[in-house]
Design a binder for this molecule. Structure first.
Ligand SMILES: Nc1ncnc2c1ncn2[C@@H]1O[C@H](COP(=O)(O)OP(=O)(O)O)[C@@H](O)[C@H]1O
Ligand SMILES: [Mg+2]
Length: 445
């Protein structure tokens, strides 16, 4: 079933080509049939007319000269003649087929031979399969003119040139179809590419709105949709930033009031909670600021970026330098927003260090991009909660204490950034124990 192509261009081209072949075949057949008919007509007339002339020419000659003259008379293809003492038509020849009889008018009256002395004394006719016949006509002074008619089969075309011209014409039509289809389908491919780009880069330039009406409409609809999505995301981000910002003032007031609380224990707890709230708001604001729009997409070295993330982790915790490991190539070109990606990877590495106690980052080049695994050998996460960990402010049981320091936004932010690049991050528990964060990032070369 490989014959039916998958692409729209392929299908359209195939349909048009089949149509072209059918039309050409029909045209060729009509032309050939017409030619065959015309050729048969001309052939018949020529053979009949020349045969008749031959008889007249010989009939006026004395019998001894007929044999001398005969070779000099030019005869059309399919007609041979001889002058003999006996008729060539004999009793065991098959009868002439009705078709041949009709074609050469053998069933009608004999042609006008002129004066009585020129008329054949006797006419014998016998068939020569498949489409010929023999005719013997006796002269008044004895002797026979033996004609043998075997018309060559008619050819459906006259010269080779016709065939070549036909082939050239078909090739031109095929080329035109392939070119035209590709040209007409191009906007569809462009639309698909634009939709793909929008998933990774919100600020991709709009599609050109030219071309045929349908493509222009589709492009316009796409551009409208893209700008609506952009506005929607912008609104949400601004709202998030505004809420985060406005919450700060009441928290500051609460902090002031807490300072005046009598009960030391209560005051300590309250200030703790307020500190936690502030941390969450800071994270929220950072998240809101992480507007994909602000950082441009550029080409960068992903391997160097991974190593920087690990180096910074070592700087933050020098005592753990020997459990922070990088496996991967020295260079890997990628396209994206490096600062955002660095943040996403740093979040994963800091989780591995905070909850697993060590971090190994493995970078691999895959057919469709890059694949990064951040692994630790800690307790991992219960299977049912692997996805929940990505929800904002979600901190799983056991890591609730502030000691590990997070606010529950790390994975949310990481996934947000990676999906903004057309990639993703998923968590899984390793067989050897510990957690693995698998990052996929398209577009690395
Ligand atoms: N490597 C890991 N090992 C075990 N648990 C993890 C790991 N990474 C993340 N988690 C769990 O997922 C939760 C959410 O992670 P994250 O979004 O980074 O928030 P945070 O680190 O600020 O708590 C963490 O609180 C922790 O319970
Ligand atoms: Mg974290």
């Amino acid at each position: 079933m490989r014959i039916w192509p998958g692409s729209l261009a392929g299908r359209t081209a195939l349909l048009l080509l089949i149509g072209l072949i059918l039309v050409q075949a029909a045209g060729l057949t009509i032309h050939a049939l017409d030619r065959v008919e015309l050729q048969t007509f001309i052939q018949t007339r020529e053979i009949a007319g020349r045969g008749f002339m031959l008889w007249r020419n010989l009939a006026v000659l004395p019998s001894e000269r007929r044999n001398a003259v005969l070779p000099d008379i030019e005869l059309p293809a399919g007609l041979t003649a001889s002058y003999d003492l006996q008729p060539a038509v004999h009793a065991d020849m098959p009868p002439v087929t009705p078709e041949v009889a009709r074609r050469f008018r053998l069933d009608g009256p004999p042609p006008p031979f002129g004066a009585a002395r020129f008329r054949p004394r006797e006419i014998l006719v016998g068939g020569i399969p498949p489409a010929g016949f023999a005719m013997s006509m006796r002269f008044a002074d004895g002797g026979w003119l033996n004609l043998r008619v075997e018309p060559p089969p008619p050819r459906p075309w006259h010269s080779e040139n016709f065939l070549w011209a036909f082939i050239a014409m078909s090739c031109c039509a095929v080329a035109l179809i392939l070119w035209g289809v590709r040209r007409m389908i191009r906007p569809v491919a462009e639309l698909a590419a634009a939709a793909d780009t929008l998933g990774r880069n919100f600020n991709a330039p709009p599609l050109p709105e030219g071309g045929p009406t349908e493509t222009a409409t589709a492009a316009r609809a796409f551009n409208t949709m893209a700008s609506r999505i952009r506005r929607f995301v912008d609104d949400r981000t601004q709202m998030l930033a505004a809420i985060g910002h406005d919450l700060r003032t009441p928290i500051t007031r609460l902090r002031l009031r807490a300072e005046f609380m009598e009960d030391d224990e209560q005051r300590r707890k309250m200030l703790n909670d307020l500190g936690e709230m502030e941390a969450m708001i800071d994270a929220t604001l950072a998240f809101a600021r992480d507007d994909a729009a602000t950082e441009p997409s550029v080409a960068f070295d992903l391997a160097a970026l991974c190593q920087t993330v690990l180096d910074e982790a070592v700087d933050a915790a020098p005592d753990r330098a020997d459990v922070i490991v990088y496996n991967g190539p020295d260079r890997l070109r990628a396209q994206g927003r490096p600062a955002a990606l660095k943040r996403a990877l740093a979040n994963l590495v800091s989780n591995a260090l905070a909850y697993g106690g060590n971090a190994r980052l493995r970078l691999e080049h895959e057919p469709h991009g890059a694949c990064i695994r951040v692994e630790d050998s800690g307790p991992g996460i219960p299977q049912a909660e692997l996805e929940q960990a990505f929800q904002p402010f979600r901190r799983l049981e056991g890591s609730r204490n502030r000691e590990t320091g997070g606010t529950g936004l790390g994975l949310t932010i990481a996934r947000n950034i990676l999906r903004g690049h057309g990639g993703d991050v998923v968590l899984s528990n390793r067989e050897e124990g510990g957690l693995q964060a698998l990052v996929t990032l398209p577009g690395a070369t």
